[in-house]
Every structure is written in C-alpha cells, then in structure tokens.
Write a protein that binds this ligand. Structure first.
Ligand code: PLP
Length: 385
C-alpha cells in the first residue's frame, strides 16, 4: 500500500513492507542471496545485481526509515558509527571543518577528532544552545557540517533545531541531527530544517538490544546520491538479518516510545523527591531548562533520565552496582531498563576532554517494564547509600 499522508504508526508498519507477490506472505521474506541472476548480460531484474549494492531486505528497511523521518532517501549501515563515517566521507574533504555540540556522544567525538582529525578535517565543540558561540565557531573555519544532538547524551540538554538550522544555513553549511535519543516518533528534525538525520538504530529503533545498526536519512536527491555512492563503494552495509530485525523493531516504535516516556516521567519525578539526589536531568520535568522547548519540538520527552547524586562519585557507583531490574550495561533504548555510569563506560573516551561528564552522574534508560517495579528497584538500591 502507499503510505503517503498516513500517520506515523501506519507508516512504521507498512512503508516498504509490501506482501510477497508469489505466496502473499504478509511479512516479506528475508533475502540472504548475495547475487542475482541476470536475464542476459546486464539484464538485471529491478536493478538487483550484488548484495553490497542492493538487497531487498535492506531496501525495505530504508524505505520504512525514510517514511518515518519524512525524508526521501534512507541508507542503512552496519552500525551508527559506520553510518556517521560514511556520511562524513561522502560530504567532507581535507580542510573542511565540523562544528559539534560540546556534549556529543563520545564515540562520535572520537570518530571526528581521532580518525578524521588525521585526515585533515578540523572540529570545534561548542555549546549549541549559545547562538553567539555557535555562529562564531561556524564562521571561524570552512565549516561544512554542523552536528547536533537533542536531547543530548547524557546531559539531556535540549537545543532548538530550527534555530540551529537557520544559523547553519546562513553560513552555507549543512545541519546533521543525531536523532537516536528522541527517535522519529518524538521528533522529526528534517521538518524542522535539518538537512540530514543520523541514527544508531541499535538503540530505540531496533529496540530489543539484539541488533547493531545505523542509518542516514535525507530529503535531497543530490545528498542522497553522494551518500548512496559511499554506502555502495565503501561497503559498510548491514546484513539482511540485521535489516530484518531492525524493521521488526521499527514497526512497534510508537507504542514503545509512549511507554518509555511514561515510565521515565514517573522515575524522574520519584528521583526528584529524594534527598540523596542533587539533580534530575529529564526534559519532562517542568524545572528542566529545556522543558518548554522540548514541549514544542518533541511529541513526548522520551525514555532517558540522567541523575546526579549529592554523595558524589561513590554514591553513583553504589547505586549502579545495586539495582536488579535495571541492568548495569552500555547502550540504551531497549525494552529492558539499563543503567550506565557514563564517566567510566559510554563516555570513557572523552574523559579529560572538554566533553567529559560529571562523575556523580548515572544515566538511566527506562525500559517498558512496570514503572512500580523500576521505582521499587531504585528504592532498594538507595538503601545501600
Ligand atoms: C550509540 C550511539 C551512537 C553510535 O552508534 P553505534 O550503533 O553504537 O555505532 C551514535 N549516537 C548516539 C546518540 C548513540 O547513542
């Protein structure tokens, strides 16, 4: 069916998911074949030639992703960082510059500074919420890309996508939004002026902590051509089974995000009332500095909550090692609740840099279990303090 003009959940379930014509199988089969028979030399069937370039299962995920982000083209990769790597190589050349948020995902900063730095691409981390600092950083070099995460990881800072898009375009650069935390269900950056969306589909889109992947989505044919060429020519593609699992996850994204958001709100409100807690960072709390902006640019506030403890690093470590429903682990966005100590785990690579995170901070990925059980788990962990 055509999903043009339909709601988010209808697009998530049906875009790119036409039933199989021979049998009517409602779920399209997973295509493992690496190559395709040709009807005479060069006689390709529907353009299918070789698995690195095209695969029907990957195509179906790409169509689904383009539809939910309101883009025209999507490209999927073996991981979020593989997607970022291909995107940067498709659009940047030695001498170009990238301006990124000073609380960007640690792995993104490592890729940009430690890999691309050696290939002649400069970077400036900046406070994205400070328009003067942003404009100055963009103007100070040959800025080609501006890289924004909102909400940011793990500080949960909210940035005005439309305002950053305007500042970026005024300088002739392109805006990339990493939409991993918000997901297309809660926030659609291309509609707010961004040129490119990237995802670690490993997180909410896959949603079940069982598949690593990444995606780039655009709304412009010229950008699509450049990124599509890198996907094909550099070949960091996802395999068919990974594409299938990601598609299956994406179909239920809307219902999961509603529950993640409800649970996170309850957990954040409970944490805020506790004497052991110095600060709760969650945009759904009315006293969060980004609350009004988040209400405007997001449908709900998402499943991620960060919390800082009055007892410092020791308290954060004790809680991290005392929960039973929340599992101490890297990553986020799965149906099961996870807890992470960013300073030593996800953000260990930015320790000692401008992007370092507070040592009394824990990041909670609130899953879709029963909220009462999540709170009871935190309550029993708090008795260890
Ligand atoms: C995990 C993550 C990435 C990197 O994605 P991988 O799939 O781990 O390569 C990029 N951005 C954000 C915000 C992430 O959380």
């Amino acid at each position: 069916m055509s999903t043009q003009g339909t709601g988010f959940n209808t697009r998530a379930i049906h875009a790119g998911q036409a039933f199989e014509p021979r049998t009517g199988a409602v779920v399209p089969p997973v295509h493992f074949s690496t190559t395709y028979a040709q009807d005479g030399i060069g006689g390709l069937r529907n353009g299918y030639e070789y698995g690195r370039g095209t695969n029907p299962t990957r195509d179906s995920l790409q169509e689904q992703l383009a539809a939910v982000e309101n883009g025209t083209h999507a490209f999927t990769f073996a991981s979020g960082l593989a997607a970022e790597d291909s995107l940067i190589r498709a659009l940047m050349r030695p001498g170009d510059h990238i301006v990124l948020g000073n609380d960007a995902y640690g792995g993104t900063y490592r890729l940009i500074s430690r890999i691309f730095g050696d290939w002649g691409i400069g970077n400036t981390p900046v406070d994205m919420a400070d328009p003067q600092a942003l404009a100055a950083a963009i103007a100070a070099a040959q800025t080609r890309l501006v890289w924004l995460e909102t909400p940011s990881n793990p500080m949960m800072k909210i940035t005005d996508i439309a305002a950053v898009a305007k500042a970026t375009h005024d300088a002739g650069a392109l805006l990339v939004v990493d939409n991993t935390f918000a997901t297309p269900y809660l926030q659609q950056p291309l509609d707010l002026g961004a040129d490119i969306v990237v995802h670690s589909t490993t997180k909410y889109i896959g949603g079940h902590s069982d598949v690593v992947g990444g995606a780039v989505i655009v709304k412009d044919a010229d950008l699509a051509e450049k990124i599509g060429f890198l996907q094909f020519a550099a070949g960091a593609v996802n395999g068919p089974m990974d594409a299938f699992l990601t598609t299956r996850g994406l179909k239920t994204l809307g219902v999961r995000m509603d529950r993640h958001s409800e649970n996170a709100q309850k957990v954040a409100e409970w944490l805020q009332g506790r004497p052991e807690v110095e600060k709760v960072l969650y945009p759904g709390l009315p006293d969060h500095p980004g609350h009004e902006l988040a209400k405007k640019q997001m449908k709900r506030f998402g499943g991620m909550v960060s919390v800082q403890f009055t007892g410092g690093e020791a308290a954060a470590r004790t809680i991290a090692e005392s929960t039973r429903v929340f599992t101490l682990a890297e990553s986020l966005g799965g149906i099961e609740s996870l807890m992470n100590y960013p300073s030593e785990m996800t953000h260990a690579s930015v320790k000692g840099t401008e992007l370092a995170v507070p040592e009394n901070l824990l990041r909670l990925s609130c899953g879709i279990e029963d909220a009462e059980d999540l709170i009871a788990d935190l309550e029993q962990a708090f008795t260890r303090l």
